[in-house]
Each structure stands twice: as structure tokens, then as C-alpha cells.
Write a protein that binds this ligand. Sequence first.
Ligand code: SF4
Length: 315
Amino acid sequence: MSARPEEIILAEPRGFCAGVDRAIDIVEHALAKFGAPIYVRHEIVHNTYVVNDLKAKGAIFIEDLAEVPPGATLVFSAHGVSKAVQAEAEQRGFRIFDATCPLVTKVHVEVAKLAREGYEFIMIGHKGHPEVEGTMGQLDRGIHLVEDVADVARVQPEQTEKLAVVTQTTLSVDDAAEISAAVQARFPLIRAPKQQDICYATQNRQDAVKMLSREVDVVIVVGSPTSSNSNRLAELARKLGVDSYMVDSPAELRAEWLAGKKRVGLTAGASAPEVLVQDVVDRIRALGAVSIRKMDGIVETTKFPLPKGLRIGQQ
Ligand code: SF4
């Protein structure tokens, strides 16, 4: 067995999705148009490099709206916000730009529409994740969170005739399918979305890791510890029997992880920039890898427009 890595195989697709691209663009356009500081509620996307880069350009990240001075410009992060946060921001009179990913907004719109028809909801997601807080906060009441199959047995809706299920967009596709099947087995009348709420980017990156895991001896995921979809990529590779590690920066990559591993798979969560991937490539090369290959994979073309007021040429 070789003591040093020989080949790097890059997953395709990997890294930034359309929602992350748009969210970062919104902060950058707001900085260019209105000048620093621009306040951002929560990390715009869950990536340390991106957040530090925007901080250096004049963004200030806050959790509590009381930290934002009157009249300031405020951006909501890609994860979305509750109705209460939205109302408080409006009441405080900020100039607001909403960087909520349109695929999260789609879930919010669906919840609002079905709630008007009298539906009660079960949400599949991770407790405490800002997207889950934002989606559950679309209604005052009537959303029950389930994190796993065991929770499904415990959930106590008030009625079962008008029940709908929604999911966080960045879950493990396989785990969500299992939990969703348990929900549908317990509540056969429940209304499920026509298409899974899990977004195309999460689905595509997980599919790519499944393919990658068949070809490599270890999978390195570039992503921050807070990033849900990045964690799911490392978890998926491990489930498939391949060692996997997540790194927030090239400095975190440990040489012993690659000892005895000929082929190193490399991917990145939807919030991790390609510049970090290339820095990690350089670090693996320094440890011995001589060749690099890109897997075949889906070419993503999804793009989301900027909000009104930030588009080029608009006042
Ligand atoms: Fe939107 Fe999916 Fe990207 Fe999240 S991971 S920002 S839901 S496209």
C-alpha cells in the first residue's frame, strides 16, 4: 500500500449553489451601492471564509436586530427568517434586502398557502438550524418538528385530516426519505409536496459523493462545521464505508488522514468557495498526489436574480 496519496478526484458538482451565489452577491451589491457598513442577520451563508471576506469588505454580522442602528441597511441570510423577525426589522425602519434562497422562500409560500386552507404541519429538519427556525416561524403555531424516525412516533398533531409535511432543504436525501416514509405510514392522509423540498444543489452534491465514494479511499469535504449540507456529505461518504473528514481551511487537513490512501476524493458544501477547494488541492499535492481528475457530473445552470433595488442600472 502506498504511504502517500497518488491521485485527487474532484466531485462534480461541488461548492457554491445558486442560492449562495445570490446571497453573497446581495451583500456585495449592497456594499457597492450604499457603502459600509451593511448589517447581515446571521452568517449570510454558513462558511467562515465567506463571512470573514465580507467582514473585511464592511459587512457586520449580527443575531439581534437591536444591534442595528436606525436607518441602516440590513440583509437577511440565505436561510430565511421568521415572520416575527421580518416584522421587527420593518418596524425598526431598516432598508431591508432579503437574501433568503428562493427555494427556501418557496417552502415559506407553501406553508402560508396551506395554513390558510387550515393545514397543520410536520417539518422534517434539524432543531435550532436557522432555516428550520425561519420556516417554523412562518406561522404562530401548528408546525411540529421531527428530526428522526423516533420523533415521528411521538408527534401529536391536533387532527389528522389536514396535515402537510415540509422538509429543510439541506437534509440527507436518504434520511429524509426514510423519515418521510415513517410520517406517511403513521399519517396516511398527510399531504406531501409534489417535489421534495430538498433542493437541487443538496441532491446533486449528495449524488456526486455517492459516485465519488465508489472510486476513492478517503473523501475530504470542504465546509464549515455549521454547514448542514457539508456535514451531510461527509456523513454520506462514511455511511458508504469510506473515511471522510471535513475541513474549513487547508490548514485543517491532517497528513495522517491520507496515509495509505491512494485516491483522495474532494468535494465542497454548497456554501464553500472554489478558492478553498483549490487551496486544499495544493495541500494534498504537497503531501504527494501527482495527478488530478474531475469526475463526470451534472452541470448546474440554475441562477437566481438579485432583488429589486440591487439590480444593475436600478435606482
Ligand atoms: Fe438554496 Fe439549496 Fe443553496 Fe440552500 S443549498 S441556498 S436551499 S440552493
